[in-house]
Every structure is written in structure tokens, then in C-alpha cells.
Design a protein around this ligand. Structure first.
Ligand code: AMP
Ligand code: ZN
Length: 466
């Protein structure tokens, strides 16, 4: 049974998709006015874990991630750089895809862009106007929140306490201060669309309603984002969509807590951010960054420090070293005394169950480290056969479908190195330790570390240290 914490009900609930074996999932994607920072990537890594886990559990995941390529910031950027909106956002769209690849984030099935879905947004707005859920004011269109009584059900805010009447200082002259823009009239700006509801550009919230329903249907399974999206963005998405269709919009809402810096949300406006590129320039390893963002439970805030990143890199190095140890180790052909199959089955079961419990990745990784510890012990005692190794490797490959941080070096040992290892073994047999040590040093310079075990010498490649 898979359980997820649903922001809508504030409870962990059993996950049951609408269609058997298919999950339809929507992720709020980037606003492409700049490079994404690793706070954004915390959200995308959490969503990647969810995506990978659902596939691992046997579901076919149909996923949409939108690209917000028109808003105040993209417009300001394009005007400042004297280029079209398309030209301006292209750089950041390409950079985003590169960053996704670098962090091994699975591609969504669709990456719809707001600017390419204006007709869908206009149709939705027209329905809301016809139904009386929206109104024109000064060429713009606003959602009339008073017509949607369950407004606030996602964020659990008490809207009675929030100002509901318009005020003199309300520049847009809305009926109520809390009403939000669906369509913004454009008079002097260079970027606009001429449509049935006038010349203008879309508000932010409407794009996610229009694009999610276009690709996933009027009701779909999962909608995700960071907690900052709950209000107003997701609350508004629910209001627009449900008012238009009369149907429940989304069954499960999952939100991740923020990546923090010194206790504050990492954000562009606070200036306390690192882009992925900043960290790569400092020579950090993408797998370490992914591991750091992945392995704190998604609903717990994560405080970012370079120290914690270094620690994450070390852990990834250890995982790789273990993988290499098992795959390249010189093993005896003795029969299996360790009952490895049973251990793998149990670990796999526990790993899966931990993730099925609202993506408890820390507990899931705990199972893997326990397994590694036990296997290492059996290795040290010379109890592993090469058949055992094969089974362990295929188990690790399976786990890596979810964590995606192990980067196995699959090439065989180069002849030159193999012969040096043999020479050293011979020297040790002859108790010629000076020669043995000098060969060990020679190999170390070539990035090969040796380990003497009860049944021979094993080698691993040195990992990068930051
Ligand atoms: P934006 O481009 O600001 O719309 O954000 C894209 C995604 O990143 C959204 O899901 C946000 O909730 C998420 N996000 C932004 N800042 C952070 C942060 N510091 N920690 C976690 N998620 C964040
Ligand atoms: Zn959205």
C-alpha cells in the first residue's frame, strides 16, 4: 500500500489513482527569466523521486511540467535586453533542461509553455465569465472569489479574516481585494495577444489550470510544488478549475518544504542562492548535489551548507566505492554462505516499504547502508562468491533506478594495472614489502587503491574529493 501526505486533507492517505496502473501528475515548473537555483531544484528533485518511485511501483506516469515563459520578470528581461520574449526565455529554457540532465531528473511527458497555450487559457476564462465566476474591469479579467465558497480549502486559511472589500488604494479596482487576475489588459507593453477577451496577457495561475487539464483531464491524480505554491497559486488553480468544470480538480496535493540558508528560504529576491552552475564551478559533483537534495524527507526543511554538500559527496563516493568493490573485487569461487538472496529480498522490501510510506527516503537509505555494512563484513571474512556479487550488483542497479547517484565504472581493469597488481602480490608472497609498497604507491598515483583481504587483493578507483 502506498501512502502520501495530502495537503488538501492534511492526512496521510492511501494512494489510489483514477485509472489502474496509470498516474497523471502535474508539476509547477520554472519561470524562465534566469537560471534556476538549487532551492528550485529541491522541489524538482523531490518530484523526480516521486516520479521514479511511482514507476518503480509499476505505474505508467504521465507527467506535465509547465514552463512559465511570460510574466512580469520575463517581460522585464526581454525589454531590457531588447529581444523578443521567445529569444529571451530560450537561453533559460535550454539551461533548465541541461540542469535537469545534470541532476538526473526524469523528463516529464509534456513540457507545455504558457505562450503556446493562450487559446486554451482564453477558453477557460470565457467559461468563467459566462458562469459569473469572473468579471471584466478596465480590460482585465478577475476571478470573483465570492462565487467559490470553498476557497481556502487547500491552504486552510481563514479567509473571513482577510479583507474582502475593495479599497481606494486598490489600483486595479477589483470588486474585492482578494480577487485575482486571470487576464491582464496590455496597453503600452510590447508583448500581448489579441484575443476574444481583448488585448492582453495571461495571469500566472490560469496557465497551470489550462495546461494541466489539457494534458491530464479535468480531474487528475497528483499535483506537486513547493510549499510556497500552496497559497495563492494552487488555491487559485483549484478555484478556477473547479468553478469552470464543476468537478474535483486534483485528488492528491504534495508539497515539499523549502531549502533554507541560515534558516531562511533560498530565493532569488533574498540573494541567498546558488544556481547549480555556481556549485559546479566550485567543483562540486552533481551526484553529491542530487544526493543532498534527495535524502532529507521532502516535508522537512533542509538547511543548505557547503559542509553538508561535502558530506553528501562523501556518501556518494562510498556508494560508488562499494559498487566497485563488489563488481571488480577478486572473489573466491566458494559457495554462498551468506544467504545473500534472502538479505537482498529483505532489504528491497524494507526499502520499498519506507518509500511507500510518504517517500521516507531517509529510512529507505538506512536500509541500504545496513545492507552495505553487512555485505562488507561478509566480504572481509572472505564469504562472498562471484555469484553473490552479481546478485548484489543487480540489486544496486535496481536501487539506483530511484536514487540515481551511483555512477558505476564499468570498464575492465587496464592490462598495465592488472600486471602491477600481480607483481605486487608476488612481492608480498616473497615478503618483499619494500617493492610491494612502492607498487602500491605507483598505483595510487594512477588513481587505484588496493585493499588486502583474506582471499586476495581487491582494488577500487579513487573518488574525487572536493
Ligand atoms: P518558481 O520558479 O519560483 O515558480 O519556483 C519553481 C519551483 O521551485 C516551485 O515549485 C517552488 O515552490 C519551488 N521553490 C522555490 N524556492 C524554493 C526553495 N527555497 N526550496 C524549495 N522549493 C523552492
Ligand atoms: Zn503552477
Amino acid at each position: 500500500m502506498i501512502m502520501f501526505y495530502n495537503t488538501l486533507t492534511r492526512k496521510k492517505e492511501e494512494f489510489k489513482p483514477i485509472e489502474e496502473k496509470i498516474v497523471k501528475m502535474y508539476t509547477c515548473g520554472p519561470t524562465v527569466y534566469d537560471f534556476a537555483h538549487i532551492g528550485n531544484f529541491r522541489a524538482y528533485v523531490f518530484e523526480d523521486l516521486l516520479h521514479r518511485f511511482l514507476e518503480f511501483a509499476g505505474y505508467n506516469v504521465i507527467r506535465v511540467m509547465n514552463i512559465t515563459d511570460v510574466d512580469d520578470k520575463t517581460i522585464t528581461g526581454a525589454i531590457k535586453n531588447k529581444v523578443s520574449l521567445e529569444e529571451y526565455t530560450e537561453t533559460y529554457i535550454n539551461a533548465f533542461f541541461e540542469d535537469m540532465e545534470c541532476l538526473k531528473l526524469k523528463k516529464a511527458t509534456y513540457f507545455p509553455r504558457a505562450t503556446q497555450h493562450i487559446p486554451e487559457m482564453v477558453s477557460l476564462i470565457k467559461i468563467l465569465l459566462e458562469k459569473g465566476n469572473a468579471y471584466f474591469k478596465d480590460g482585465s479579467v478577475y476571478f470573483r472569489i465570492s462565487t467559490f465558497p470553498s476557497y481556502g480549502k487547500l491552504s486552510h486559511y481563514d479567509f473571513n479574516k482577510i479583507l474582502t472589500s475593495s479599497t481606494d488604494s486598490d489600483e486595479y479596482e477589483k470588486e474585492e481585494a482578494r480577487d485575482f487576475a486571470l487576464w491582464k489588459a496590455v496597453k503600452d507593453e510590447p508583448f500581448y495577444w489579441d484575443t476574444e477577451i481583448g488585448r492582453g496577457r495571461p495571469g500566472w495561475h490560469i496557465e497551470c489550470s489550462a495546461m494541466s487539464m489539457k494534458y491530464l483531464g479535468e480531474t487528475f491524480d497528483i499535483h506537486t510544488g513547493g510549499v510556497d505554491n500552496i497559497f495563492p497559486h494552487h488555491e487559485n488553480e483549484i478555484a478556477q478549475s473547479e468553478a469552470a468544470t464543476g468537478k474535483k480538480f486534483v485528488n492528491y496535493w504534495l508539497h515539499c518544504a523549502h531549502l533554507l540558508v541560515n534558516g531562511e528560504k533560498m530565493s532569488k529576491s533574498k540573494g541567498n542562492f546558488y544556481t547549480l552552475r555556481d556549485l559546479l564551478k566550485k567543483n562540486y559533483d552533481p551526484a553529491g548535489i542530487r544526493y543532498l537534495l534527495l535524502t532529507t524527507h521532502y516535508r522537512d526543511p533542509l538547511n543548505f551548507t557547503e559542509q553538508s554538500l561535502k558530506q553528501a559527496e562523501k556518501t556518494v563516493n562510498n556508494l560508488n566505492a562499494f559498487y566497485q568493490r563488489v563488481s571488480f573485487g577478486i572473489q573466491t569461487q566458494t559457495s554462498c554462505e551468506t544467504n545473500i538472496e534472502k538479505k537482498i529480498c529483505k532489504t528491497f522490501e524494507n526499502f520499498f516499504d519506507a518509500l511507500a510510506d510518504d517517500l521516507n527516503i531517509s529510512a529507505a537509505m538506512g536500509e541500504i547502508f545496513k545492507f552495505i555494512h553487512d555485505v562488507n563484513e561478509s566480504f572481509d571474512l572472505g564469504k562472498m562468491s562471484s555469484k553473490d556479487s552479481e546478485k548484489i550488483i543487480s540489486f544496486l542497479d535496481k536501487i539506483n533506478e530511484i536514487i540515481a547517484v551511483i555512477e558505476p565504472i564499468k570498464e575492465p581493469l587496464p592490462d598495465e594495472i592488472a600486471s602491477l597488481i600481480k607483481k605486487r602480490e608476488q612481492a608480498r608472497k616473497e615478503k618483499n614489502y619494500a617493492v610491494a609498497d612502492s607498487i602500491r604507491n605507483q598505483l595510487s598515483e594512477k588513481g587505484i587503491l588496493l585493499e588486502d583481504t583474506p582471499y586476495g587483493t581487491r582494488w577500487i578507483r579513487k573518488q574525487k574529493t572536493t
